[in-house]
Ligand binder design. Structure first.
Ligand code: ADP
Ligand code: MG
Length: 406
């Protein structure tokens, strides 16, 4: 079943429309270090402003413990949002109560306000449905309708995502619609050849994605911390690299399944092995079957794919018509171990079909490495949400908007 769209809410001029965005941006020293999620919210916000709605934006930021905490204030986000919209944004220093009510009441048609961090209120993420519903009820007093557009939180049953959408007339915004359209293409109708590149830290985080996508892809490329569990499953020794011993049998199962399905699992042939974890580590490129042959023996650890592997992965990616990439190829946060991730990002920019980057750290990695969003077909704003979608899981924040998994 499709999502309810904004059209289903009828005439919006003069109406108070609450928009649940995901403005959970990374902050460093109180400065926004990546405003991708704010930018991604603009199409919906602009269309509501242009329609003459009185726009009340709500969002969470970080993980405060259910009470106010200045370091998670949305104030810097209000300022950035105002710059990007090119118009004033009223910031209410409280999420509910009289401060928020006054800010909402003062809005004229086409005006916009941002309320303080939802998670300063324990009701937002409460386990108890009654507590969530009570908080959602307080929020609902500020709106005649809800547009849900925080794709990054649709896998969470939280007050502003789920209960609020039950209380008010609700619909999905443009960001959620776009995200779903792209993710649908990755699962239902990918143009072939279809390659999925997986990395990141742990294979156990990505088991569901591998299971759901394996029957749909032509090649599965494995990098990042999880590659060592794959190498170990093939009988190689991996030194002190990240290894999940309890997943070895699962991974062997994937290797068998892939050969039955005719799916090529492409594993690294070389890796960058380091003396320790750190920016000042010594390192050298080793064949994937001789990681412990480095000067550091059993204590050497693999922190990136090697250049031969990067070239091979890039070749497969460029030859594909649909590519989904989740998870950095190495510890990209340290420049010495960022080359693999950079090479893969570069190859994705050359895909003429659909290229999609999913995952919070992967999105941060491509931006930190100097790529821009428009070089990719799509960068998903939802790490966990996009993975859960690709696992075929139920997503409460979408189901409450009329959607159901096919
Ligand atoms: P995403 O958020 O994109 O889904 P993950 O959270 O799964 O990605 O993984 C990101 C992390 O994986 C990064 O912080 C990166 O440093 C780490 N990582 C990548 N390769 C390795 C490796 N070989 N050893 C340890 N950590 C790694
Ligand atoms: Mg992550």
């Amino acid at each position: 079943m499709p999502l309810r769209t904004i059209d289903s809410l009828g005439e919006l001029a003069g109406k108070r429309v609450i928009v649940r965005c995901d403005l959970n941006v990374p902050l460093g020293d109180g400065q926004i270090t990546d405003d991708g999620r704010i930018r991604a919210s603009l199409p919906t916000l602009n269309s509501l402003i242009n329609a003459g709605a009185r726009v009340v934006v709500i969002s969470h930021l970080g993980r405060p413990d259910g009470s106010p905490d200045a370091k998670y204030s949305l104030a810097p986000v209000a300022q950035r949002l105002s710059e990007l919209l090119g118009k004033g944004v009223t910031f209410a220093s409280d999420t509910v109560g009289s401060v928020a009510r006054d800010a909402v009441n003062e809005l004229g048609d086409g005006d916009i306000a941002l309320l303080e961090n939802l998670r300063f209120n324990a009701g937002e993420t409460a386990k108890d449905a009654g507590e969530r519903r009570a908080f959602a009820g307080e929020l609902a007093a500020f709106g005649d309708a809800l547009v849900s557009d925080g794709f990054g939180v649709v896998h969470r049953k939280q007050a502003s995502v789920f209960e609020l959408a039950e209380i008010l007339p609700s619909a999905a915004g443009q960001l959620i619609a776009t995200e779903l359209e792209v993710l649908d293409r990755l699962t239902e109708s990918p143009t072939k050849p279809y390659a999925v590149v997986l990395g990141g830290s742990k294979v156990s985080d990505k088991l569901g994605v591998i299971e759901h996508l394996l029957p749909r892809v032509d090649s599965l490329l494995i990098g990042g911390g999880m590659l060592f569990t794959f190498l170990a499953a093939k009988g190689h020794r991996v030194g002190a690299s990240l290894l999940e011993v309890d997943q070895l049998d699962v991974v062997r199962g994937y290797l068998d399944r892939a050969s039955e399905l005719g799916v090529e699992i492409v594993l690294p042939t070389d890796v960058v092995v380091a003396s320790k974890f750190g920016a000042d580590a010594e390192h050298q490129v080793r064949p994937a079957d001789d990681i412990e042959g480095s000067p550091w023996g059993e204590s050497g650890l693999g922190l990136d794919i090697g250049p031969e592997t990067a070239a091979k992965f890039a070749e497969v990616i460029r030859a594909s018509d649909t590519v989904f990439w989740n998870g950095p190829m190495g510890v990209f946060e340290i420049p010495a171990f960022a080359a693999g991730t950079k090479a893969i990002a570069e190859a994705l920019t050359e895909v003429t079909g659909l290229s999609v980057v999913g995952g919070g750290d992967s999105a941060a990695a491509v931006r930190a490495l100097g790529f821009t969003d428009d070089q990719f077909g799509h960068i998903s704003t939802g790490g966990g949400a996009s993975l859960e979608f690709l696992e075929g899981k139920s997503l409460p924040g979408l189901e409450v908007l009329g959607w159901s998994a096919s």
